[in-house]
Design a protein around this ligand. Sequence first.
Ligand SMILES: Cc1cc2nc3c(=O)[nH]c(=O)nc-3n(C[C@H](O)[C@H](O)[C@H](O)COP(=O)(O)OP(=O)(O)OC[C@H]3O[C@@H](n4cnc5c(N)ncnc54)[C@H](O)[C@@H]3O)c2cc1C
Length: 314
Amino acid sequence: MSFPALDLDLDGIRGRVTPNFGLDAVTWFRVGGPAQALFQPADADDLALFLQRLPESVPVLVIGVGSNLLVRDGGIEGVVIRLSAKGFGAATRLPGDRIRVGAALPDKRVAAFALEQGLSGFAFYHGIPGGIGGALRMNAGANGGETRERLVEVTAIDRSGRRVTLSNAEMGFTYRHTAAPDDLIFVDAVYQGEPADPATIRAAMDEVEAHRERAQPIREKTGGSTFKNPPGHSAWKLVDAAGCRGLMIGGAQVSEMHCNFLINTGSATAHDLELLGETVRARVLATSGIRLDWEIKRLGIPLPGETVEPFLGA
Ligand SMILES: Cc1cc2nc3c(=O)[nH]c(=O)nc-3n(C[C@H](O)[C@H](O)[C@H](O)COP(=O)(O)OP(=O)(O)OC[C@H]3O[C@@H](n4cnc5c(N)ncnc54)[C@H](O)[C@@H]3O)c2cc1C
């Protein structure tokens, strides 16, 4: 499956456009169809200019390192934007024990930079495999820490190419969610740290790492936690109680190690994974009466005849 070429005005644009870019190459699940066009801007000014020029009718979607995405097999229409480490990967120390980090910087690198600077509060990022753009959109958190607790403000570019700044309050963070408008592409963020002894920070990071190794299938092709924890419940316990641990559809499997993780065992399609997820939701609903919500972002279009009904039409 491939899309027709988009007619783009690239005069003066320094970034790179790749038509029909296979997104399976950049998602953790290693599945998904092509982006009609992938744009990798050179820097924030380049991104702003590109968006100003782009006709309003062309859909735009930004992705990070793809660790929380299920891209459907038919791909994504319009332009998919991916920020490069070169243009969006800087980290600098600011006065007042703050740091400014680019949105393409991996969370792990932010934790390491804070350690170098003798600033605590970022050890939880050591265990999250995404980048800062995704962490801001998902309010990523782990091991007792969350993005919203450390964030001061975010710089973003909107669909018309205008630069905007949002405070922590304006981001409207809730559990694994922000209320910031969907069209915003985050380009950098300022965080507040707390001065601390580097040995103490390192110990906290080691603890985060050890916990991951014990509890999560981190070396598999996965998308992280599939479902949000419903208030007062753990998603994995509900999935387990519904008898879904190890359940397989095609090449997709509910992890034996942590049953809120889905795994591509090698040959899964996005359709297999989505069908497995909806099968799990249907079984959890039947056994517990609880409706699980997807935490993983499902994007794009299915191949013809492969639409998956929520809760399998229940
Ligand atoms: C093994 C494993 C373990 C994980 N453990 C955790 C965990 O403990 N805690 C946790 O919170 N998450 C966890 N995750 C999920 C994931 O790593 C986080 O949600 C991460 O923040 C996603 O970042 P990403 O760069 O991969 O974003 P993507 O998955 O590429 O995108 C996620 C969302 O962010 C949006 N987005 C990405 N970049 C930008 C940007 N620059 N501007 C605006 N929106 C943007 C995308 O449009 C999409 O909606 C885990 C994933 C895996 C595979």
